[in-house]
Write a protein that binds this ligand. Structure first.
Ligand code: RB5
Length: 143
């Protein structure tokens, strides 16, 4: 499994922690940023999407997780889910087949984020009725 990471300044510390946490188990690609200098989250998400493989995973972190999630979900091949606890992360995989995890860097401890990421990677998509529903997410005129 390949995992792309990006953040902004508000998610930088958690991104650095998760890069170390994940690198023993996954092929981790940290797209940036590489300092805590103030920066604009959409730029980093767009940069990641140039190389993102939607069959793999990405983790996007900003202060609330909302900005990176909104940006990522503009891409039709992306199902990005904001998760602030493990159960929401589990349901994002099981019901929504999320391929991108968005985390609120200002509201999670490193240990809380580890638990969320672990569940996100461990949970398979349930398929069935959820397959039908995710097929309806993109607007009819799109893609
Ligand atoms: C940066 O201050 C903050 O606005 C950003 O990290 C994010 O929370 C936006 O959604």
């Amino acid at each position: 499994m390949r995992v792309w990471l990006v953040s902004d300044h508000a998610g930088y510390a958690l991104k650095s922690h998760l890069r170390t946490y994940l690198k023993a188990r996954y092929d981790v690609i940290d797209v940036g940023p590489f300092s805590e200098e103030s920066t604009d989250y959409p730029q980093w998400v767009h940069r990641l999407m140039v190389e993102f493989d939607p069959t793999q995973r990405a983790i996007l972190i900003c202060g609330t997780g909302n900005g990176v999630c909104m940006t990522a979900n503009r891409y039709p091949q992306v199902r990005a889910a904001l998760a602030w606890n493990p159960e929401i992360a589990r349901l994002a995989r099981a019901h929504n087949d999320a391929n991108v995890l968005c985390l609120p860097g200002r509201f999670l401890t490193p240990q809380e984020a580890e638990a969320i990421v672990d569940v996100f990677f461990a949970t398979p998509f349930e398929g069935g009725r959820h397959e039908r529903r995710i097929a309806q997410i993109n607007p009819p005129t799109c893609c």
